[in-house]
Design a protein around this ligand. Sequence first.
Ligand code: GDD
Length: 359
Amino acid sequence: MQFSLIIPTLNEADNIDPLLTSIFSLNDLGNQFEIIIVDDHSADGTPDKIKQWQRTHNVHLVERNAHQPDLTASIIEGVAVAKYDVVAVMDADLSHSPEKLAALIQPVLANQYDITIGSRYIPGGDTIGWPFYRLWLSRAGGWLARAICDVNDATSGFFAFRKEFIHRITDNARGYKILLELLMTGGNQPLRVKEIPIHFRNRLHGTSKLSLSHHLAYLQQLIILAGGTISFHTASRFAIVGFLGVFIDVFIFQWLTGQGASLATAHISSFIAAASFNYTLNSKWSFRLHHAGHLQWNQFSRFLIVGIFAMLLRGAILAWLVYTWNIATEWAIFPAIIATAIVNYLGSAFYVFPRTKPA
Ligand code: GDD
């Protein structure tokens, strides 16, 4: 079998020998494959272990020099130096059984599938030895991913694919979930994806590097892939603009009523003035990174639709809290405003200023 096996490592010194011994003792892989280990400045002697194998086997060490370790970036660097057209990726900590490699690679080599996934969440697959919270988080990540791709284990780290797909993944790809990015590369032509059941075993040596920030990055990645522009950057600017918009709204409302305008005229005029102000600033500032910043009528109408919907929702929440729950109006307004702000922001991120999909 001709393929390149990419193994990312970060402090895996105790796992290198058992892993490579196990892979090289397999008979069904033949001897025409290469192993590329991409190490991210491990401090526990991992590179030295790999260098020993490099002398006697078809093993290559790629030592990264980035300021920050990153799993996806490591895999991309590994693929960049891969010799073969078919690439497989697996963890170094023996969570993925090397015995499953042939079953994973064969369908891609035979061009029956574009991507094969070692799946824990289809019949015949499972996780062994994971604490409950890990399993729960992993399942939750998988369920969320189902909203954008029809795969049972989109967070698996054990998969094979044709090398050319790596060029199609977005610039935002980072963190743990490169597979999710790969699964989204099909565009109009759906990828042929096959899941193969695996037993995922919790590591015996070393520790997991998965942290809360990886989970949050994964969530953000899902949102990005779904077309949204949610981030701290856009949310904080959107909040500032919204806050300024309230002043414009109140100022114009007071001024018009002071000039003798009817309540309806003052209400509608101040709403449209504030919405125009908010739309302009959001387009040119809050969501500037994702858009050219040109004002467009259809975008403005979408902004108005979201605003009107949020206003109706605010009224409905207010009425529900006041009349059904007997909450005082001066308190009920707060959850109503918060819900409106969230709906406004989500509407802007997904509907008014969605992420433009890469060509
Ligand atoms: N080069 C590099 N840089 N390697 C990394 C980095 C990094 O920043 N972070 C982790 N790794 C390597 C580890 O050394 C290991 O070989 C593999 O990536 C998996 O990392 P773990 O931190 O052990 O992951 P886990 O066991 O908790 O499992 C989770 O991530 C896996 C990613 O492949 C789970 O979500 C699994 O589903 C998933 O397979």
